[in-house]
Design a protein around this ligand. Structure first.
Ligand SMILES: [Zn+2]
Length: 214
Protein backbone atom coordinates (compact mmCIF):
# COMPACT_ATOMS: atom_id res chain seq x y z
CA UNK A 1 0.00 0.00 0.00
CA UNK A 2 2.91 2.31 -0.66
CA UNK A 3 0.97 4.66 -2.87
CA UNK A 4 -1.48 5.42 -0.04
CA UNK A 5 0.99 6.85 2.35
CA UNK A 6 -0.74 9.44 4.44
CA UNK A 7 -3.94 8.95 6.34
CA UNK A 8 -5.49 12.37 6.89
CA UNK A 9 -8.48 11.48 9.00
CA UNK A 10 -10.92 8.72 9.88
CA UNK A 11 -14.59 9.45 10.21
CA UNK A 12 -17.58 7.33 11.17
CA UNK A 13 -20.66 7.33 8.99
CA UNK A 14 -23.93 5.48 9.02
CA UNK A 15 -25.22 3.54 6.05
CA UNK A 16 -28.55 3.19 7.89
CA UNK A 17 -28.35 -0.46 6.92
CA UNK A 18 -28.86 0.45 3.26
CA UNK A 19 -25.87 -1.65 2.21
CA UNK A 20 -27.30 -4.77 3.82
CA UNK A 21 -24.74 -4.87 6.62
CA UNK A 22 -25.90 -5.90 10.11
CA UNK A 23 -24.16 -3.05 11.96
CA UNK A 24 -25.26 0.23 10.35
CA UNK A 25 -21.99 2.09 10.90
CA UNK A 26 -18.61 2.18 9.19
CA UNK A 27 -15.45 4.25 9.28
CA UNK A 28 -14.16 6.05 6.22
CA UNK A 29 -10.45 6.77 5.86
CA UNK A 30 -9.29 9.82 3.90
CA UNK A 31 -5.85 9.68 2.33
CA UNK A 32 -3.47 11.94 0.49
CA UNK A 33 -1.40 9.98 -1.99
CA UNK A 34 2.18 10.37 -3.09
CA UNK A 35 1.20 12.13 -6.33
CA UNK A 36 -0.80 14.70 -4.33
CA UNK A 37 -4.20 13.27 -5.20
CA UNK A 38 -6.77 12.39 -2.57
CA UNK A 39 -8.72 9.24 -2.01
CA UNK A 40 -11.44 7.92 0.26
CA UNK A 41 -11.62 4.39 1.60
CA UNK A 42 -15.30 4.28 2.54
CA UNK A 43 -15.23 1.05 4.49
CA UNK A 44 -11.62 1.24 5.68
CA UNK A 45 -11.06 -2.02 3.84
CA UNK A 46 -8.33 -0.95 1.42
CA UNK A 47 -10.72 -0.19 -1.43
CA UNK A 48 -9.87 3.39 -2.42
CA UNK A 49 -11.88 5.79 -4.56
CA UNK A 50 -10.41 9.04 -5.81
CA UNK A 51 -11.89 12.19 -4.30
CA UNK A 52 -11.31 15.95 -4.25
CA UNK A 53 -9.57 17.94 -1.59
CA UNK A 54 -12.90 19.58 -0.72
CA UNK A 55 -14.31 16.14 0.17
CA UNK A 56 -11.78 15.75 2.96
CA UNK A 57 -13.53 16.47 6.27
CA UNK A 58 -12.13 19.25 8.40
CA UNK A 59 -11.14 18.49 11.97
CA UNK A 60 -14.43 19.93 13.13
CA UNK A 61 -16.43 17.83 10.67
CA UNK A 62 -14.64 14.70 11.81
CA UNK A 63 -15.33 15.63 15.43
CA UNK A 64 -18.99 16.13 14.62
CA UNK A 65 -19.03 12.72 12.97
CA UNK A 66 -17.60 11.08 16.08
CA UNK A 67 -20.09 13.00 18.20
CA UNK A 68 -22.97 11.72 16.12
CA UNK A 69 -21.62 8.21 16.58
CA UNK A 70 -21.27 8.76 20.34
CA UNK A 71 -24.90 9.91 20.52
CA UNK A 72 -25.96 6.76 18.71
CA UNK A 73 -24.00 4.58 21.18
CA UNK A 74 -25.30 6.49 24.21
CA UNK A 75 -28.86 6.05 23.00
CA UNK A 76 -28.78 2.43 21.88
CA UNK A 77 -26.04 0.87 24.01
CA UNK A 78 -24.62 -0.56 20.77
CA UNK A 79 -21.05 0.07 19.65
CA UNK A 80 -20.69 -1.43 16.17
CA UNK A 81 -17.29 0.23 15.64
CA UNK A 82 -15.93 -1.12 18.95
CA UNK A 83 -14.99 2.36 20.01
CA UNK A 84 -15.97 2.05 23.66
CA UNK A 85 -15.15 0.06 26.72
CA UNK A 86 -14.53 -3.51 25.74
CA UNK A 87 -15.68 -5.58 28.70
CA UNK A 88 -13.34 -8.31 29.65
CA UNK A 89 -14.73 -11.62 30.85
CA UNK A 90 -15.21 -11.72 34.58
CA UNK A 91 -13.91 -14.61 36.57
CA UNK A 92 -15.20 -15.83 39.84
CA UNK A 93 -13.97 -18.50 42.14
CA UNK A 94 -16.65 -21.06 42.95
CA UNK A 95 -16.62 -23.75 45.57
CA UNK A 96 -17.68 -27.07 44.18
CA UNK A 97 -18.36 -30.26 46.02
CA UNK A 98 -17.31 -33.30 44.06
CA UNK A 99 -17.52 -37.02 44.52
CA UNK A 100 -15.85 -40.01 43.00
CA UNK A 101 -15.99 -43.71 43.65
CA UNK A 102 -13.31 -46.28 43.02
CA UNK A 103 -13.97 -49.07 40.59
CA UNK A 104 -11.97 -51.38 38.38
CA UNK A 105 -12.07 -48.55 35.82
CA UNK A 106 -10.31 -46.27 38.28
CA UNK A 107 -11.90 -43.21 39.84
CA UNK A 108 -15.39 -42.78 38.48
CA UNK A 109 -17.01 -39.38 38.68
CA UNK A 110 -20.27 -39.42 40.64
CA UNK A 111 -21.28 -35.80 40.41
CA UNK A 112 -20.51 -32.24 41.39
CA UNK A 113 -22.57 -29.39 42.81
CA UNK A 114 -21.90 -25.73 43.46
CA UNK A 115 -21.66 -24.63 47.08
CA UNK A 116 -22.43 -28.19 48.23
CA UNK A 117 -26.10 -27.61 47.51
CA UNK A 118 -28.71 -28.95 45.18
CA UNK A 119 -28.76 -32.18 43.19
CA UNK A 120 -25.52 -33.87 42.15
CA UNK A 121 -24.80 -32.99 38.56
CA UNK A 122 -23.39 -35.91 36.61
CA UNK A 123 -22.73 -33.71 33.59
CA UNK A 124 -21.30 -30.51 35.05
CA UNK A 125 -20.29 -27.42 33.03
CA UNK A 126 -17.19 -27.71 30.91
CA UNK A 127 -14.94 -25.62 33.18
CA UNK A 128 -15.66 -28.09 36.00
CA UNK A 129 -15.02 -31.12 33.79
CA UNK A 130 -11.77 -29.52 32.62
CA UNK A 131 -10.60 -28.71 36.14
CA UNK A 132 -11.36 -32.21 37.35
CA UNK A 133 -9.72 -33.74 34.26
CA UNK A 134 -12.84 -35.72 33.49
CA UNK A 135 -13.20 -37.73 30.38
CA UNK A 136 -16.39 -39.30 29.08
CA UNK A 137 -16.88 -43.04 29.33
CA UNK A 138 -17.85 -44.16 25.85
CA UNK A 139 -20.92 -42.35 24.66
CA UNK A 140 -22.64 -42.29 28.04
CA UNK A 141 -23.18 -39.31 30.28
CA UNK A 142 -20.68 -40.72 32.75
CA UNK A 143 -17.21 -39.45 33.28
CA UNK A 144 -14.04 -40.88 34.64
CA UNK A 145 -10.96 -39.16 35.92
CA UNK A 146 -8.20 -39.13 33.32
CA UNK A 147 -5.53 -37.50 35.48
CA UNK A 148 -3.68 -35.91 32.57
CA UNK A 149 -3.84 -32.29 31.46
CA UNK A 150 -4.84 -31.42 27.90
CA UNK A 151 -1.27 -31.23 26.66
CA UNK A 152 -0.62 -34.68 28.11
CA UNK A 153 2.36 -33.52 30.10
CA UNK A 154 1.03 -33.09 33.59
CA UNK A 155 -0.52 -35.66 35.82
CA UNK A 156 -2.65 -34.20 38.55
CA UNK A 157 -3.18 -36.28 41.62
CA UNK A 158 -6.87 -36.69 42.35
CA UNK A 159 -6.06 -36.71 46.05
CA UNK A 160 -4.15 -33.49 45.59
CA UNK A 161 -7.43 -31.75 44.80
CA UNK A 162 -8.76 -32.48 48.24
CA UNK A 163 -9.03 -29.36 50.35
CA UNK A 164 -11.74 -30.45 52.77
CA UNK A 165 -11.93 -34.21 53.15
CA UNK A 166 -15.47 -35.30 53.90
CA UNK A 167 -16.49 -38.16 56.11
CA UNK A 168 -17.71 -40.95 53.90
CA UNK A 169 -20.54 -43.26 54.79
CA UNK A 170 -22.29 -46.19 53.22
CA UNK A 171 -24.68 -44.03 51.18
CA UNK A 172 -21.72 -42.28 49.57
CA UNK A 173 -20.09 -45.54 48.64
CA UNK A 174 -18.24 -46.10 51.90
CA UNK A 175 -14.51 -46.62 51.83
CA UNK A 176 -14.43 -46.67 48.05
CA UNK A 177 -15.77 -43.15 47.83
CA UNK A 178 -14.06 -39.82 47.84
CA UNK A 179 -16.01 -36.67 48.43
CA UNK A 180 -14.32 -33.30 48.67
CA UNK A 181 -14.67 -29.63 47.88
CA UNK A 182 -12.41 -27.57 45.68
CA UNK A 183 -12.25 -24.04 44.35
CA UNK A 184 -12.74 -23.80 40.62
CA UNK A 185 -12.31 -20.62 38.65
CA UNK A 186 -15.18 -19.81 36.35
CA UNK A 187 -15.23 -17.30 33.52
CA UNK A 188 -18.49 -15.41 33.29
CA UNK A 189 -19.05 -13.41 30.13
CA UNK A 190 -20.83 -10.11 30.76
CA UNK A 191 -24.55 -10.10 30.01
CA UNK A 192 -25.88 -8.14 27.02
CA UNK A 193 -27.52 -5.81 29.49
CA UNK A 194 -24.23 -5.16 31.31
CA UNK A 195 -22.47 -4.55 27.98
CA UNK A 196 -25.09 -2.06 26.82
CA UNK A 197 -25.02 -0.20 30.13
CA UNK A 198 -21.22 0.08 29.97
CA UNK A 199 -21.30 1.30 26.36
CA UNK A 200 -23.96 3.93 27.15
CA UNK A 201 -21.92 5.19 30.09
CA UNK A 202 -18.66 5.37 28.10
CA UNK A 203 -20.33 7.11 25.18
CA UNK A 204 -21.88 9.68 27.53
CA UNK A 205 -18.50 10.32 29.12
CA UNK A 206 -17.05 10.79 25.64
CA UNK A 207 -19.79 13.27 24.67
CA UNK A 208 -19.27 15.24 27.87
CA UNK A 209 -15.50 15.37 27.48
CA UNK A 210 -15.93 16.68 23.91
CA UNK A 211 -18.21 19.43 25.23
CA UNK A 212 -15.62 20.41 27.80
CA UNK A 213 -12.78 20.41 25.32
CA UNK A 214 -11.82 23.95 24.21
ZN1 LIG B 1 -23.49 -0.73 6.42
Amino acid sequence: MDEFDNLITTMPWTCRFSDGCPVGWHTADYWVNEDGSYSIDNYADGDHDPCDKKDIPTGEEADNGWNEYAEYCAKTGLDPLDNYCPLYPLTRQGIWQVRFTKSILGAVFRGARRNSRGPWNLNPPEFVREYLLLEPVGTTEYFTYRGIDKDGSKIRELWGLVSTPMRTNASDGGRNALKFTCEIKEVIPPSDHAKQRAIKASARRDINSRKEAP
